[in-house]
Design a protein around this ligand. Structure first.
Ligand code: NOJ
Length: 744
């Protein structure tokens, strides 16, 4: 009895303290809570477990999670979905001594119930407001299902399409990647982290994960500091500037130091230099994996190394939970390091409003409304159309006439559902996740009563079976035009989905060959999570649409583009190689001392004897159903000093017969500098809608910031020199050129 009274008094005291603290800043509130915490409870806040719902990594069996949550030994759960399930875990957390709420994290990478195109596809839209909106909708749906925190955006620059995770990022360019990174952070987090429809962003994977040797996932990374600063870090910095709440570190080692134990990355750059105030979570089990790296001898050393290097939360390796308290007691870890990590997490819990109402995200009414919202589906359809890249269009076969009597729709992806979602779709237990418009259904929705759609599968995505070819050929023979839908399976790209051969798999290109032999025009849809190699298709198909994985509304989005209800405007965010042997291939390479100018001359220059030096499709490339002309380039000045700026203008005209959008791209090149500079680097772009015959004056502004780079001392600065300015429709299709000088 006496015990109960003492217990009650203690809780009252705790509550009073927290309540008084509520009038204070979140920083002060976190301090107040921190003062009440035992060492065990502090370590608990740094501990994140996977719920048993689903797994996105190697599972550790642990039957004791419920008790640990009740005892305040868990700070966060991942893969807990649904307002009911999150509520019941939170109720357990509310039984703990200090009632510190849990945060629920989830990989909401491209939509939640409404699946949007994979991030690489969205990046192809170069449409920042649309990308931000896609993240906003994902957050609205996820937050209604109890999720507080998404492990996105993934902002890793990727120059190697063998790496399966290229599908998850924004491609190869640091400038475009930075703008998209900021747009996604703002989209997820909304106006204010405390809003019920805002989820915390988690920017990942810090850092340089996309440069894994050989494109093999989780592999080592070895790169110069200059390349790190210039190419790989900018999207992370942009995310910090956009207010990202959290970061995730990466599985790779960087120049011999695993990222999770990398003091230079996490403390020196992120927390000190960039002033990041949020917290850093490890990747799944990666603290424990320090042993596999050969960086530490056991999990005790792993926990110490990770915490000291700035990792604040341990996802699923139990290294912090099992070792940190003892490390502190043994004097091996300063308690202030633990306090700092705990406080960073508590502050976010306060900012999210979870101390005021731990259940604010777990509301079944809101969940039902948010997960069945036609406006979200409409936005996903528009985003799907915006993401499709038109790579080829012989004889302007596209857009397809609505007067065709018979259209053959052939291929292994025509009727598939789940493939359209792409890797990292969220499957929501208990919720109808088969909400996908197949490509077949999309076309059926579109065609008029005078057109009939004929179908044959033709072949599988993988394997050598050609038994369906003859049926496909006979269907093609009956039709006016053939549409062939081929590509990868959804799980051929994504985490741990690296491929050494990135051709279109199986016998799909052979099927195309047979269909072309009928003499019918063949429009090819290529579905994939990465740039593929498809030289036969590129040469022989009548038209090609690169459709990536487009999500719930794939079928409708594709039909909109095929029939011209949407005029394609997307541009490749990654270079498409002509062969695997060219990889890594990217547009912003250096010139070298012996540049090759063509593929014929191999005399002591930087070329291949047996392969072109040029990509199949360059960065920034994408056709439209109309044409654009670029004229009247005017620079306000031919030179500027460090404080000046130059205004650049030109006239963009839609010279075709259909309204359309063009992404006009501005590239710059410093003719010489204290370090070697790329042959061109994207510095600005504008996406402009023009009606047929319409012209608009487009303006770019060039100031010192646009001309700056990490110099030989790794200082962000500009150097006086001559600059080449290039404006074009892709990184290779340069339409206007000029030069100017930057003076001291
Ligand atoms: C491992 C992945 O690398 C990471 O991106 C993801 O967020 C976590 N697993 C959690 O699923």
């Amino acid at each position: 009895m006496r015990c109960k009274i003492v217990g009650l008094l203690f809780f009252t005291f705790v509550y009073a303290t927290i309540c008084v603290a509520q009038k204070k800043s979140n920083n002060q509130k976190a301090d107040s809570v921190l003062r009440l915490m035992t060492l065990d409870e502090k370590v608990g806040q740094l501990n994140q477990y996977n719920d048993d719902n689903q797994a996105t990594g190697p599972v550790t069996i642990d039957n004791n999670k419920v008790d640990q949550v009740k005892n305040g030994q868990v700070g966060s759960l991942l893969n807990t979905i649904g307002s009911d399930r999150t509520r019941s875990w939170q109720e357990l957390a509310m039984q703990s001594r200090l009632k510190i709420p849990l945060i629920f994290g989830q990989d909401v990478i491209h939509g939640f119930k409404t699946t949007f195109p994979i991030p690489l596809a969205e990046a192809a839209s170069w449409d920042l407001p649309a990308i931000q909106m896609s993240a906003r909708i994902a957050a609205t749906e996820a937050s209604a299902s109890g999720i507080h925190w998404t492990f996105a955006p993934m902002v890793d620059i990727a120059r190697d399409p063998r790496w399966g995770r290229v599908m998850e990022g924004a491609g190869e360019d640091p400038y475009l990647g930075s703008l998209i990174s900021a747009a996604r952070v703002k989209g997820f987090q909304g106006l204010n982290l405390g809003d019920t429809n805002a989820v915390m962003a988690c920017v990942k994977h810090f850092a340089a994960y996309g440069a894994a040797v050989g494109g093999r996932d989780y592999n080592s990374v070895d790169m110069s500091e200059r390349q790190l600063y210039e190419i790989y870090l900018p999207p992370f910095k942009a995310a910090v500037d956009a207010g990202a709440a959290s970061f995730m570190n990466s599985f790779n080692d960087l120049n011999g130091i695993p990222a999770v134990a990398n003091n230079f990355l996490q403390r020196t750059i992120l927390k000190e230099k960039w002033g990041f105030k949020g917290f850093i979570v490890s990747d799944w089990g990666s603290i424990g994996e320090l042993i596999n790296h050969g960086y530490v001898k056991d999990t005790r050393e792993a926990a110490a190394a990770a915490l000291m290097a700035g990792t604040d939360m341990d996802m699923e390796s139990r290294a912090f939970k099992n070792n940190l308290a003892q490390l502190v007691k043994d004097g091996k870890i300063n308690i202030e390091l633990v306090n700092d990590a705990v406080k960073r997490i508590l502050i976010k819990k306060f900012e999210m409003g979870l101390f005021d109402n731990p259940y604010k995200f777990s509301n079944i009414m809101r969940e039902q409304a948010a997960l069945n919202n036609p406006a979200h589906q409409a936005a996903a359809r528009t985003m799907a159309a915006k993401s499709i890249v038109l790579l080829k269009n012989n004889n302007n076969i596209l857009p397809l006439s609505k007067n065709y009597k018979k259209i053959a729709f052939i291929g292994p992806l025509v009727k598939s559902l789940i493939e359209n979602k792409g890797f990292w779709d969220v499957s929501i237990p208990g919720v109808d996740s088969n909400f996908i418009v197949s490509q077949w259904e999309g076309l059926q929705n579109k065609i008029g009563p005078g057109t009939s759609l004929l179908y044959a599968k033709g072949c599988d995505i993988e394997g050598n079976n050609k038994s369906g070819f003859s049926e496909a050929v006979s269907v093609a023979n009956q039709a006016d035009v053939v549409i062939l839908s081929i590509g990868e399976k959804r799980d051929m790209s994504g985490e741990a989905k690296s491929r050494s051969n990135i051709n279109i798999p199986g016998v799909q290109e052979e099927l195309l060959q047979q269909l072309l032999a009928t003499g019918k025009p063949v429009v090819v849809l290529i579905n994939a999570g990465r740039p593929l190699v498809f030289n036969y298709t590129a040469k022989n198909a009548t038209a090609i649409l690169y459709t990536w994985w487009l999500g719930s509304e794939a079928g409708n989005g594709i039909a909109d583009v095929l029939f011209g209800d949407y005029n394609p405007s997307a541009k490749l965010p990654m270079t498409f190689p002509a062969s695997v042997g060219q990889i890594p291939i990217y547009y912003n390479h250096f010139n070298t001392g012996r540049p090759a100018l063509d593929d014929k001359n191999h005399i002591y220059n930087s070329s291949y004897l047996d392969e072109s030096i040029f990509p199949k499709f360059p960065f920034g490339f994408g056709l439209s159903y109309t044409n654009f002309s670029y004229t009247n380039l005017v620079l306000s000045n031919k030179n500027m000093n460090m404080k000046d700026s130059i205004s650049v203008s030109f006239t963009l005209t839609n010279t075709g017969k259909i309204a359309g959008e063009e992404v006009a791209q501005l590239y710059l090149h410093n003719k010489h500098a204290s370090v070697v500079m790329p042959v061109k680097a994207l510095k600005d772009f504008k996406k402009i809608m023009l009606t047929p015959g319409e012209s608009k004056k487009i303006q770019f502004n060039i100031n010192k910031e646009k001309l700056s780079f990490f110099n030989s001392n790794l200082k962000w600065d500009a150097e006086p020199t001559d600059f080449e300015l290039m404006i074009g429709s892709s990184s290779e299709d340069i339409r206007l050129q000029a030069s100017f000088e930057l003076k001291k």
